[in-house]
Design a protein around this ligand. Structure first.
Ligand code: ADP
Ligand code: MG
Length: 238
């Protein structure tokens, strides 16, 4: 793929928390228009990778390049304005606020076009419009995940990073969440997601990377990874 199709490039990234190394020399790419999944067990470094890409952690080594510009070291709010966003693990919805206020918070880095973005978000998530005055605490787990994704769309991102969207959700709801990610991808959003749910995420992704204790151990097309005996044994259970 052409060089200018690379939306996010992570190069030789190492991140440590004190003396705990969370990522070791990790490199990956996300091309414009792709869904890329980062597969890894608990503690593999998925959240660290996404948070560091957003600008929440400072890397020990390596660089993060977004739309051809090195962004490592820049603050997260600036990266959000440039078109990056993260739907955090555990959703990060403000439980005591209404659905609408949660959505408006997502827009605070990009107050231009709030009405237009809200209208579009309500088209994709009609259930959130019906519940716009409801307190977020009273939403179901799946609805909260939808709210978290919808909130991220309010900053008009180009790359949506989603950290373990299926965590704690019933299988049927997980299908709805992945359907929405596929739909958003068809609408033009590029998506990088992390998952322990390898089977369902690879079914909707174009490519994937396997992360094990802070290192990328395997990468390939979704079909290659789905057929890889090691992936099947460790992450799919077949
Ligand atoms: N704030 C932190 N302080 C110390 N260690 C951390 C912190 N966050 C994560 N870690 C450690 O870094 C490693 C990677 O964690 P994480 O990125 O959360 O993995 P994952 O999201 O794949 O479960 C783990 O060993 C974890 O214990
Ligand atoms: Mg995590």
């Amino acid at each position: 793929m052409a060089q200018n199709d690379v939306l996010l490039r992570v190069e030789g990234l190492s991140v440590a928390y004190g003396h705990i190394t969370a990522l070791r020399d990790v490199s990956l790419e996300v091309h414009r228009g792709e869904i890329v999944v980062l597969i890894g067990a608990n503690g593999a470094g998925k959240t660290t990778l996404l948070e560091t890409s957003l600008g929440i952690n400072t890397p020990q080594a390596g660089s993060i390049i977004f739309k051809g510009r090195t962004i490592s070291g820049l603050p997260a709010d600036r990266n959000v304005r440039a078109g990056l966003c993260l739907v955090p693990e555990g959703r990060g919805v403000f439980a005591s606020m209404s659905v609408l206020d949660n959505l408006l918070l997502g827009a605070h880095h990009n107050m231009r076009n709030v009405d237009r973005n809200l209208k579009r978000v309500y088209q994709w998530f009609p259930r959130l419009e019906e519940r716009k005055n409801q307190i977020a605490r009273t939403l179901s787990g799946g609805e909260r995940q939808m709210l978290a994704i919808a909130r991220s769309l309010m900053s008009a991102p180009e790359l949506i990073m989603v950290d373990e969207p299926s965590l704690g959700l019933a299988p049927i709801i997980v299908n709805d969440i992945f359907d929405i990610l596929v739909h958003l991808n068809r609408e033009g959003y590029t998506i990088l997601l992390s998952e322990q749910n390898a089977y369902k995420s690879l079914k909707c992704a174009h490519r994937g990377y396997v992360l094990e204790t802070g290192k990328v151990t395997l990468s390939g097309s979704a079909a290659e990874l789905l057929n890889d005996p090691g992936v099947r044994e460790a992450y799919i259970g077949a």
